[in-house]
Design a protein around this ligand. Structure first.
Ligand code: 4NP
Length: 172
């Protein structure tokens, strides 16, 4: 984690409410799964009141839809129901959220292009930043054209990254 990112995280630690937006391309696989995983973690910790968690996509092909049925099945096997309805990222999201977390470089680049100010751009921190480097991934791979193992990998990476995100923002 670089210095600027660490600074942003340190500032958030003291906040009463933490607002997190997960972003992927379609908002039907990775980012709604990340939303569901982090919500489950904060629910279990009894910390839901401190967190505002949402997801959105840089592309708009699936707006209004529930997550991809394969993603929902794999999440359900881990006790997580995905009920988010797909939406696109908006400019207002850069105001509303403290952290904007893209899944891969393509999402990151698109968000950086959209960011209205430098301060807004600084809120963009890739998901892989929070994932244990030992897992060997510098992004969360798009599972859309993959089989079951692609969806399981996404959930493994998100489970690891979201736990570490939660821990790093939770005062001990
Ligand atoms: P996601 O996966 O970005 O993880 O939601 C995708 C879903 C749909 C498409 C691409 C990626 N698509 O091209 O429709």
């Amino acid at each position: 984690m670089d210095h600027k990112t660490q600074q942003l995280i340190d500032n958030l630690k003291g906040k009463q409410k933490i607002r997190v937006l997960f972003v992927c391309l379609g908002n039907i696989c990775r980012s709604p799964a990340a939303e569901g995983v982090l919500k489950a973690i904060v629910d279990e910790a009894g910390a839901a009141g401190r967190w505002d968690i949402d997801s959105a996509g840089t592309g708009g092909w699936h707006v209004g839809e529930l997550p991809d049925s394969r993603m929902r099945i794999h999440a359900r096997q881990r006790g997580i129901e995905l009920i988010h309805h797909c939406r696109k990222v908006t400019l207002a999201d850069f105001d509303r959220f403290d952290l904007i977390i893209p899944m891969d470089d393509n999402n990151t680049l698109n968000l950086r292009r959209m960011a209205p100010t430098l301060e807004a751009a600084r809120k963009i921190i890739p998901m892989a930043t929070f994932v244990d480097p030992g897992m060997g991934y510098d992004h969360v791979p798009d599972p859309y054209y993959e089989g079951s193992e692609g969806f399981e990998l996404v959930l493994d990476l998100l489970d690891n990254g979201c736990r570490r995100l939660y821990d790093t923002l939770t005062p001990q």
